[in-house]
Write a protein that binds this ligand. Structure first.
Ligand code: GLN
Length: 203
């Protein structure tokens, strides 16, 4: 099991640390051929416009789309924007998830905030139902989920901040900036599922 983290820009090293902490091999990904032996890929927070431009410059857009049609991808914050099909601005998007996002929906950097969320999907084996402490930094909102995408987490007022579509995951917040590894474990389980079948595994 090996999870890659797209390392073009943003807080990729924090994701690498979280992945290693849960005992899974992690690798920084910058070139298309490096995708070939991965079970899943994380696209970190940063600036979605910059990540899109660099992905385009390194000929990564199509390889990333092909990867996401077969395997697990998780985008956090800027990564979630990059996974979406619509961010209301002209910028490179992978368009893999049927979600529409609003960038910087909570205002400027100084309007960053932290809040405890109830995320049932993370609590399946956890009878205590511990809240999830979520960190938002110039975060996007997931304005709406369409077609096969589903809401995974929302703020108390109902605004959507995490969505899932099969093996694809988008969070407005930054699990890699906390010591709570439940989201990374959840993603690792999706990645494991996506490479379970003999038609995808070539070993
Ligand atoms: N504001 C950034 C964007 O729109 C996302 C910020 C983040 O990833 N923390 O791309």
């Amino acid at each position: 099991m090996k999870i890659g983290v797209l390392a073009l820009q943003g807080d990729f090293s924090e994701h690498i640390n979280s992945i290693r902490r849960i005992g899974v091999e992690a690798a920084e990904i910058r070139l298309p051929h490096q995708l070939s032996d991965l079970d899943g890929l994380i696209i970190p927070g940063g600036e979605s416009t910059t990540i899109g431009k660099l992905a385009n410059a390194y000929d990564l857009l199509e390889p990333l789309r092909a990867f996401g049609r077969q395997k697990a991808i998780w985008g956090t914050c800027a990564g979630a924007i990059f996974l979406s099909k619509d961010a209301h601005r002209p910028q490179h998007l992978l368009g893999l998830m049927d979600i529409v996002v609003e960038r910087n929906a909570f205002g400027r950097q100084v309007d960053s905030f932290e809040i405890d969320l109830d995320i049932p999907a993370l609590c399946q084996d956890d009878e205590q139902h511990l809240p999830y402490h979520a960190v938002f930094i110039r975060a996007p909102l997931i304005e709406r989920v369409e077609q096969d995408a589903q809401v995974l987490a929302a703020l108390p007022d109902g605004r959507i901040v995490a969505a899932q579509q099969g093996r694809l995951l988008a969070t407005s917040f930054h699990p890699e900036l906390t010591q709570d590894d439940r989201f990374h474990r959840y993603f690792a389980s999706l990645a494991r599922e996506s490479t379970g079948g003999p038609e995808l595994r070539q070993e």
